[in-house]
Design a protein around this ligand. Structure first.
Ligand code: XBP
Ligand code: MG
Length: 239
């Protein structure tokens, strides 16, 4: 096993439980603003998570769940506008402190930063959303703790494609065998594994708990169940 030379974190579902009470609610607010009567319930949103990326998810919804809607000729423009409105709502919610980091996340990030081990982010969501989550939970400085942030449309193919992990690894100058990835979903695990990462830690959430994590090294309910860390940085280094 190579020595750990970096940690790569997914954001949605991993750093924070952003899907049900963050992204979903922001989507619904954007729909309402646009005069659409779409309402993504908690259960429907679970099905929509089959597709990563907000713009891609809206198109998937139209294709699979709402064939009564006649989309405008410029579908991409329509979806991009809706998605931009959704991002504005999401950022407002983050500024209001609606979503905290998951238990154990901040202590691990802080300890890794202090230990001088490079950290990076590999996410499907936008850079705007990553920044607002980190700033509003850990303060403006925290974004600088990450050597690289791979986010949103920076790669054309989103998770479960490995592209975002390959992009981040390339920028870090590291090989998949030198890092540990943190994920919450099967799509994320498949993306990391596809990029050659063989040490993958999953923290599940209500949407992902029953997914197939056979490619993961460790599957945890949380980094800090019962208020105590389930894995230390020292243990990570020995993984
Ligand atoms: C997260 C996502 C994102 C968010 C919405 O996947 O799928 O699409 O739901 O973000 P992962 P945007 O955690 O695997 O990166 O609307 O900003 O695209
Ligand atoms: Mg995720």
């Amino acid at each position: 096993m190579s020595e750990i030379a970096g940690l790569i974190f997914d954001v949605d579902g991993t750093l924070a439980d952003t899907e049900r009470d963050g992204h979903r609610v922001a989507f619904n607010r954007a729909f309402r603003d646009a005069g659409l009567d779409w309402d993504w319930s908690v259960a429907l949103y679970g099905q929509l998570l089959a597709v990563t990326g907000g713009k891609e998810r809206i198109k998937y919804y139209l294709k699979k769940f709402d064939d009564s809607f006649t989309p405008p000729e410029d579908l991409d423009g329509f979806v991009a506008d809706l998605h931009a409105a959704k991002t504005r709502h999401y950022k407002t919610m983050m500024a209001d402190g609606v979503i905290p980091l998951r238990p154990g996340v901040e202590p691990l990030l802080r300890e890794t930063h202090l230990a001088g081990i490079p950290m990076a982010i590999a996410t499907t969501t936008t850079m705007d959303n990553v920044t607002s989550l980190l700033e509003n939970t850990m303060g403006a400085e925290a974004i600088k703790w990450f050597a690289q942030i791979g986010a949103g449309d920076i790669v054309p193919a989103k998770k479960p494609a490995p592209d975002i992990y390959l992009w981040v690894l390339d920028k870090m100058g590291l090989d998949g065998k030198q890092v540990v990835a943190f994920e919450d979903s099967a799509h994320g695990v498949n993306a990391a594994a596809g990029a050659g990462i063989d040490r993958i830690i999953v923290t599940t959430n209500e949407y992902t708990v029953d997914q197939d994590f056979s490619q993961a090294t460790l599957v945890l309910e949380s980094l800090e169940p019962d208020g105590r860390p389930s894995i230390s940085l020292e243990a990570l280094k020995r993984m």
